[in-house]
Design a protein around this ligand. Structure first.
Ligand SMILES: Nc1ncnc2c1ncn2[C@@H]1O[C@H](COP(=O)(O)OP(=O)(O)OP(=O)(O)O)[C@@H](O)[C@H]1O
Length: 555
């Protein structure tokens, strides 16, 4: 709060009742308390009673009997002059009121926009309140003022444009955020545009669509920033330049996993509110290279074997819409392929946590905060704590695998609320490498089922999990498959040797599923770039910690 702003406390009117309303510069909170005694069903007077917790609101079946309610200034969306119903007031007395729009927490990490109006006795008092609130909102410097929005009109159920126009744009205009909107006309439109656009004009980039659309925008932004800083993305060892402009995701796709794992729900209004209040969540990004050629970036899952095959099958069935993922998952499970290869990885020796932790990455995660401090130290003094001192030695695992997964975040989604690697962190500079060795179909099913319940999916002898900073994968048959002779053979016999070769020979290689997109090569080198990008999000709030807030915000 600015030095010129003093605490304000006044008796104001709300719904014909007197409230003590306070704007506290220290705690940065707007709070209010009903001054008149209310009676519950048993006739017991409740006003003025101190309930211990400041945010506590008592609810009876009849009415809410509030003691003290509050909203942090950081969660006030806007303040505006209250609309007056002309006919209701005598000409001699024209009341002055202000309406505060603020974030209300609803169930399951949903945020909603609520409002309340306070009326003042005179214009001077109104001005005092209105100016103080306005000034405080101006001091929220992390909030965006001007955004660049890309809408994929064909993502998910093709509702992207409507979702933005009906649910998001009105909230942006309430919060005085202006937006340049581009409705994409083709795949890669947003990515190409990001290489040309004047980025300095914007406080954030918003994508309306699914994970594919987010990936496109992320590739455009990272690529643009590296180009501007003269960094060659093909060099797998080059330290990439951080992207400080935040990306907002308005979920409107068939899969919205990145949004779900960083906000806790795929709900357009919730995401819009996180953008408006200027939330910021750093995010690690994996880069995949093949022979010093950049392939793709990933923020959630890189999967070879099972998840690669699911993608392969689902791409063939795009016409089915979102249900294609279920069908291809089932088909892939039945086919039960395993793939031979070598995985080499560099464990994160100094990792502050492990993939088997019970402590999950939540809003304000101490592990990610510590990683941020380490990163800042490294950026200041790049020669202190050189990489080879920090990380473990390379380790190698060979064998036949049903799945090789690298989870850069929990990968929680509505189907698997705890995700593929529940204790993975959003911004600790590591990924969880999960190796599922060849096993019976029944055992693999048990492993899969544990993604949906509370049991530990890593607690099987055929599953290994490592927290890593880098890894390499080479399929056993890659060399033979990749040579020219084989290319010729593939060309001639591709129509015969498809999914189920009549000759009975088994498929030797899978593909990599990189955040839902296929990679061109099975043999890859992957590195994690700590906190490379930022999202308009805050990580998942712990319901037990935000419960008081939920109650206090329910008016
Ligand atoms: N106008 C457009 N026409 C065709 N494709 C587009 C267009 N705009 C974006 N795309 C591409 O569509 C792909 C899928 O988009 P999106 O993620 O929004 O939808 P989705 O239904 O969730 O798809 P998926 O499940 O494949 O991720 C993205 O890779 C993006 O590059």
């Amino acid at each position: 709060m600015g030095p010129d702003l003093q605490p304000l406390s006044s008796t104001l009117l709300r719904k014909n009742r007197c409230y003590e309303v306070t704007l506290d510069p220290g705690s940065q909170e707007l709070s209010w308390r009903d001054l008149q005694p209310r009676r519950n069903r048993a006739g017991i007077c409740l006003a003025g009673v101190h309930y211990g917790a400041r945010h506590l609101a008592c609810c009876t079946g009849e009415q809410s009997l509030s003691a003290f309610q509050s909203v942090p200034v950081s969660e006030i969306i806007s303040v505006e002059e209250a609309a007056i119903d002309g006919g209701k007031w005598q000409q001699t007395f024209k009341p002055c009121g202000f309406t505060v729009h603020y974030v209300r927490r609803a169930r399951k990490h949903r945020w909603r926009c609520s409002e309340m109006t306070f009326w003042c006795n005179d214009e001077q008092l109104y001005n005092q309140w209105f100016q103080a609130l306005k000034r405080l909102l101006e001091l929220q410097t992390s909030r965006p003022k001007h955004l660049l929005v890309y809408i994929n009109p064909f993502g998910g159920k093709r509702q992207g444009k409507q979702i933005f126009d009906k649910k998001v744009a009105p909230l942006f205009s309430l919060a005085a955020i202006s937006a340049d909107v581009i409705v994409t006309e083709r795949a890669n439109h947003a990515k190409d545009n990001l290489f040309e656009v004047e980025l300095d004009k914007y406080d954030g980039i918003v994508c309306v669509g699914g994970d594919g659309m987010f990936s496109e925008v992320m590739h455009g932004l990272i690529g643009r920033i590296q180009k501007d800083s003269g960094i060659d993305q093909n060099n797998s060892r080059a330290p990439l330049t951080q992207c400080n402009i935040r990306i907002g995701i308005i979920p409107a796709g068939s899969t919205d996993c990145v949004c779900y794992a960083t906000v806790g729900i795929n709900d357009p209004v919730t995401s819009a509110l996180h953008i408006i209040i200027g939330d910021s969540q750093n995010l690690d990004v994996c880069s995949a290279h093949h022979n010093n050629t950049f392939l793709k970036y990933s923020v959630s899952l890189m999967g070879y074997g099972f998840y690669g095959d699911v993608l392969k099958t689902s791409e063939k069935n795009r016409w089915m819409g979102p249900s294609r993922y279920d069908i291809s998952g089932f088909k892939t499970f039945l086919s039960h392929h395993s793939y031979e290869g070598t995985v080499s990885f560099r464990p994160a020796k100094q990792a502050l946590a492990s993939p088997r932790d019970k402590q999950l990455c939540k809003f304000g995660c101490p592990v990610c905060r510590q990683a941020k401090k380490q990163l800042e130290m490294q950026q200041k003094e790049p020669f202190v704590g050189l990489e080879h001192n920090e990380d473990g030695d390379w380790q190698t695992v060979r064998g036949k695998f049903i799945a090789i997964n690298a989870a850069n975040m929990s990968c929680a989604c509505p189907r698997s609320p705890k995700g593929l690697s529940p204790a993975a962190h959003l911004a600790d500079g590591t990924a969880d490498l999960i190796l599922v060795r060849k096993c019976s179909r029944f055992k693999f099913l048990r492993h899969l089922i544990r993604h949906t319940n509370k049991e530990d999916q890593f607690d099987f002898p055929f599953v290994e999990v490592y927290r890593v900073k880098k890894f390499l994968f080479t399929p056993k048959h890659y060399e033979e498959e990749d040579n020219d002779n084989n290319d010729v053979a593939k060309k001639h016999f591709a129509h015969i040797c498809t999914e189920k070769p009549p000759c009975g020979c088994r498929r030797v290689n899978s593909i990599w599923n990189c955040d839902g997109e296929p990679l061109d090569h099975p043999s890859i080198e992957v590195g994690v770039h700590c906190q490379l990008i930022k999202l308009f999000a805050r990580g998942i709030e712990d319901p037990s910690k935000s419960k008081d807030h939920v109650d206090s915000n329910r008016l």
